[in-house]
Design a protein around this ligand. Structure first.
Ligand SMILES: [Fe+2]
Length: 321
């Protein structure tokens, strides 16, 4: 198929100093910096940009800053790039440069495509031993002092007209519906084979436009916890998490971001094929999260890190009575 995933995302935010600290603590690498722009990369080269709202050339936002101004989707090859460019040609806001085509989606967001610049990575990930499958042999499971996200895995937008925004992504870019809240939300993946969702469009009764969250894929469940606790230790505020989504099966942790809305660490989402049949759900807290911790986990929970040297006693070794 055609679109592979998110290659780049640009936020407009006036407090670049705070964004720089948040992005760094989040686990991304700063690749370039100017007075008005910060360019960070995740492990596989997915770019996350924070720009001062006065920067020239920024597309308009769906809501007041800070928020996302542009999403660039990576495609697999030049032929796909040219084909999608042609398809965009009659859309509002059509633009073209030597390496990008773009237009404005029906919700008002600047959407771009480019031949993907992300690189293949194969980071070591935890193997999970279950009762029936013992794949991790003679090997401890990893712990993480902090996260190093692999890529931006999905974005979630509030839309005012799901019935027109969803077909834009399905018909123009080839996205496929994975699951639905009928009339209220569509989970979309870029192609029939892939992770549960690359895009979630959410229509709330308040009929607002904007960013709900941006989600970063990490290696495994341990990195969600390690990354989340590091962010907590750095003083960043948890919105919700850790927790687990029943719809995609993913383990998550959401933080409030100075670049806008929420940022999520997640892992272990369902992998789907063309055989998957979309399900329908009714919105509600237990559909959103099977379980979740409201205030996060204290970043100093792993008390042994700050404790005195081993004393020969276990932490659970308490006198009776
Ligand atoms: Fe998410």
């Amino acid at each position: 198929m055609s679109v592979l995933g998110i290659d780049e995302i640009t936020f407009a935010a006036s407090d670049l100093t705070r964004c720089k600290q948040f992005f760094t603590d989040w686990g991304m690498r700063l690749v370039s910096e100017s007075a008005q722009t910060l360019v960070f990369e995740t492990l596989n080269g997915c770019r996350v940009i924070a720009a001062d709202p006065v920067s020239p050339g920024l597309p308009p936002g769906l809501e007041a800053d800070p928020t996302v101004r542009e999403v660039v989707w990576g495609v697999q090859d030049e032929a796909t790039f040219q084909r999608l460019g042609q398809a965009m040609r009659n859309q509002p806001g059509f633009m073209q440069t030597t390496d990008r085509f773009g237009c404005t989606d029906p919700n008002g967001l600047a959407v771009r495509v480019q031949v993907s610049r992300k690189k293949e990575v194969a980071p070591a990930c935890a193997q999970t031993n279950t009762w029936s499958q013992r794949t991790r042999l003679n090997q401890p499971s990893p712990t993480y002092e902090r996260a190093e996200p692999i890529e931006v895995g999905h974005v979630v937008f509030f839309v005012t007209d799901l019935a027109t925004v969803s077909p834009f992504y399905e018909d123009l870019l080839g996205f496929v519906i994975s699951d639905r809240y009928p009339g209220r939300g569509h989970f979309l993946r870029c192609a029939p084979e892939g992770g549960h969702h690359d895009l979630f469009l959410l229509q709330t009764p308040e009929a607002r436009k904007g960013l709900n969250h941006v989600a970063f894929t990490v290696r495994d469940v341990h990195e969600v916890f390690g990354g989340g606790m590091h962010m907590s230790r750095c003083g960043w505020e948890t919105e919700l998490g850790p927790g687990r989504h029943p719809i995609s099966s993913a383990i998550f942790w959401y933080f409030n971001s100075p670049a806008g809305a929420l940022w999520e660490y997640y892992t272990d989402e369902d992998e789907l094929t063309a055989a998957w049949q979309p399900r329908e759900f009714t919105p509600g807290p237990t559909v959103f999260a099977e379980w979740a911790i409201k205030g996060g986990i204290d970043g100093h929970t792993r008390r042994q890190i700050n404790a005195a040297a081993p004393s020969g006693r276990f932490m659970t070794d308490k006198p009776k009575g």
